[in-house]
Design a protein around this ligand. Sequence first.
Ligand SMILES: C[S@@+](CC[C@H](N)C(=O)[O-])C[C@H]1O[C@@H](n2cnc3c(N)ncnc32)[C@H](O)[C@@H]1O
Length: 269
Amino acid sequence: MSPECHQDQTSKNLPIGSRHYRAFVGPAEKYDLVSAMQFNLLTSLGLREHHFLLDIGCGSLRAGRLFIPYLSPGRYWGLEPEQWLIEDGIKNELGEDIIRIKQPVFSYDNNFTLSIFNREFDFILAQSIFSHAPEPQIKKCLSEAKKVMSPTSIFAATFVEGNQNYTGNEWVYPGCVTYTLEYMKNLVEDRSLTCKPIDWPHPNGQTWMVIVHPENEYNIPDLSVNRLSPVGSETGLHENRLPRMERHPYVRLGLTINRFTQRIKQWRR
Ligand SMILES: C[S@@+](CC[C@H](N)C(=O)[O-])C[C@H]1O[C@@H](n2cnc3c(N)ncnc32)[C@H](O)[C@@H]1O
């Protein structure tokens, strides 16, 4: 076993929040799964390589390790106050060559100053951020997100849904805080944005929601087709974002038959 492999095995036993780039951001044994969950979700929501993505609280690039190679140069932007996490993520997961080729952009701001990037993003991600954040930070993050969202931007975020709303003012870590869905919706709507919970599985039981400008609400892709396979629909895309050729009636018919066949296979299992 190589020294790297050995290190990887031992990280799996470390408690969440330990000073190891994999354990600090969550259960180390699910590091790969949480990477895949985020990548699959955003590509299912329509992320393509030319889009600009902002990863809020990007940590050790658990998601960035897949998004950075996939996106075109200069399209991945990450905000993370713990600089060492990004450095260790690059060292252990990506390597300097990918960074040189893909030119991701990072900010180490710890006050959710998304406008520091001075540009709009097609997609924004906040995975396991609102699950630790007090209300003032969530409000700041949402207000800042609005400044960097175009009318068609999609902001995907998780939170831990519960019966109680956290009323403290501190970031809680590695523990989690809870909010009701109603409360979260109100925080979003107070900023003239709208949000919808989505049925996307999370290995740590968090709830995914999609935040958009109200006029974009009906363009949120229907993710139910993606539940047919862990990767996504057979094209990995959604009809309203399908390339022109795949909008052709015969191609659409083919896709429908394909979906139907997959569903039958699933029922038989
Ligand atoms: C549970 S981890 C999730 C990391 C990453 N989103 C992922 O899925 O791997 C929470 C992250 O939020 C970061 N964080 C803490 N305070 C923050 C702040 N004020 N702004 C942005 N990120 C923050 C932590 O350093 C940590 O990397």
